[in-house]
Design a protein around this ligand. Structure first.
Ligand code: FAD
Ligand code: UQ1
Length: 414
């Protein structure tokens, strides 16, 4: 059995960053981090890999090289949470007791919830998905092999990580097809379960305009439920007309899988809300029932768009609040405002950089209109963000661009 001061569950963006922060603060082996995987992927790069702009290897580092050396890495998976006992049990049967715990287990990809999708991903080279390292390499091959016809891009009926990613791949595809002279024989469709193209008005307007300009059909409230690759068909349910479906032929299908909190978390009702996400206070990320438990990132129920940028913003707040709770001091006043950001890559050299808060109000870092397609924000996404992630964020130093936003706006605004 292992005992520790702080247990961090999950070594992804949030877990790795916070383990680094607290391991350096508390000293060697006070922090235990449980993470089963050998490889840590920089998932935001998957969009660029799908467009042939980066390789899967560019997005990968060994887990051993990114986890903080001052923390003890338990290469195992939490199989059960027991928050009333302040312990977890792992798949290999170990029990880990903690004084404080940070839950950072991310989202689970449920490809199996769409009938025939896993089969199609395994057998049909025209079916791809940027969301998993297992499939992301198929996307660019599918683009290169595409000879025209319907190209369909889907958004499922669940929360997803990076809500813009299901359409970024479509804009990249559209530009790719223009470049190779196949755009006029292709028919591009975006089929989304949502009732809007994007949750924030300012950016939704810009994206709808862009779809109009580039001849992309947008179908709202359609949810992919089945893929029949033998007949090249994708079946969607109309979410506003229960029982009714529509079957579309495809020559290319990019599927965004339904997602949920990992089963191990959702099954622990003491920790979760009704939807299965970790139930935390949205201003300080502390668990609503267990004050010695905090959560970060995609697995929590904070009502903001799930991104690494949001995780960065949460890091700064958790750092202060968890440290105060650990020291038995009153909670500081710093609050998480729901900051999140989505670099909506619109092709091979352009990007709309959405940044916003809990109220869906834009919170833009730069003193120019980020709702316009720009090369500068594309360059930031492609060339600057990866290093900021590997060297800044994963070492616990990047807490989001708030400080730059303040400076660039001369201290005015939020
Ligand atoms: P993750 O980074 O997913 O980490 C979760 C970790 O928990 C994993 O390592 C997993 O192995 C581990 N884990 C799971 N279950 C257990 C268990 N039972 N026990 C122990 N460990 C466990 N974000 C942006 O900010 N900008 C972007 O442009 C962007 N683009 C994206 C594009 C794509 C295609 C994808 C897929 C994501 C994108 N994101 C983007 C989102 C971003 O990658 C995630 O929001 C971020 O990684 C969330 O961090 P996290 O720590 O919550 O989860
Ligand atoms: C960000 O902080 C972040 O996390 C490291 C991302 O994930 C890779 C992002 O995509 C973005 C856009 C941000 C926000 C940073 C700036 C400078 C606007």
């Amino acid at each position: 059995n292992i005992k520790c001061d702080l247990l961090v569950v999950g070594g992804g963006a949030g877990g790795c960053a916070m383990a680094a922060k607290f391991a350096s603060k508390l000293g060697k082996n006070k922090v235990v981090i449980v993470e089963p995987k050998d490889v840590h992927y920089y998932q935001p790069m998957f969009t660029l890999i799908g467009g042939g702009m980066k390789t899967l290897a560019d997005s990968a580092r060994s887990m051993a090289s990114v986890l903080p050396s001052k923390a003890q890495w338990v290469k195992d998976e939490v199989a059960q949470f027991s928050p009333k006992l302040n312990s977890v049990t792992t798949k290999n049967g170990d029990t880990i007791e903690y004084n404080f715990m940070l839950v950072a287990v991310g989202l689970q990809l449920n490809y199996d919830k769409v009938k025939g999708l896993e089969d199609a991903l395994a057998k049909d080279p025209r079916v791809c998905s940027n969301f998993s390292p297992q499939y992301v390499d198929k996307t660019f091959k599918a683009l290169q092999n595409f000879q025209g016809g319907p190209a369909i891009f889907t958004f499922p009926n669940t929360p997803v990580k990076c809500a813009g990613a299901p359409q970024k791949v479509m804009y990249i595809t559209e530009e790719f097809l223009r470049k190779v002279g196949k755009r006029d024989v292709s028919d591009i469709k975006y089929c989304t379960s949502l009732g809007v193209i994007f949750g924030v008005k300012k950016y939704a307007a810009a994206l709808l305009e862009l779809c109009k300009k580039r001849g992309i059909e947008v179908n709202l409230r359609q949810n992919l439920i089945k893929v029949k690759h033998e007949t090249s068909e994708a079946v969607f349910e109309y979410l506003d007309k229960p029982g009714e479906t529509i079957t579309l032929k495809y020559s290319l299908l990019h599927a965004t899988p339904p997602m949920s909190a990992p089963d191990v978390l959702s099954k622990c009702s003491d920790l979760t809300d009704k939807a299965g996400y970790l139930d935390v206070n949205k201003t300080n990320l502390q668990h609503v029932k267990f004050p010695n438990v905090f959560g970060i990132g995609d697995c929590t129920n904070v009502p903001t768009s799930k991104t690494a940028a949001a995780v960065a913003g949460q890091c700064g707040v958790i750092k202060k609040h968890l440290a105060a709770v650990m020291a038995g001091k009153p909670l500081p006043s710093a609050e998480y405002d729901g900051y999140t950001s989505c670099p909506l890559v619109t092709g091979y050299s352009s990007c709309i950089l959405a940044e916003f808060d809990y109220d869906g109000q834009p919170l833009e870092t730069f003193p120019f209109n980020q709702g316009k397609e720009r090369w500068s924000t594309f360059f930031m996404k492609k060339a600057i963000m990866p290093d900021l992630y590997w060297h800044g964020m994963l070492n616990g130093y990047w807490e989001g661009p708030k400080i730059f936003r303040k400076i660039l706006h001369f201290g005015m605004g939020k």
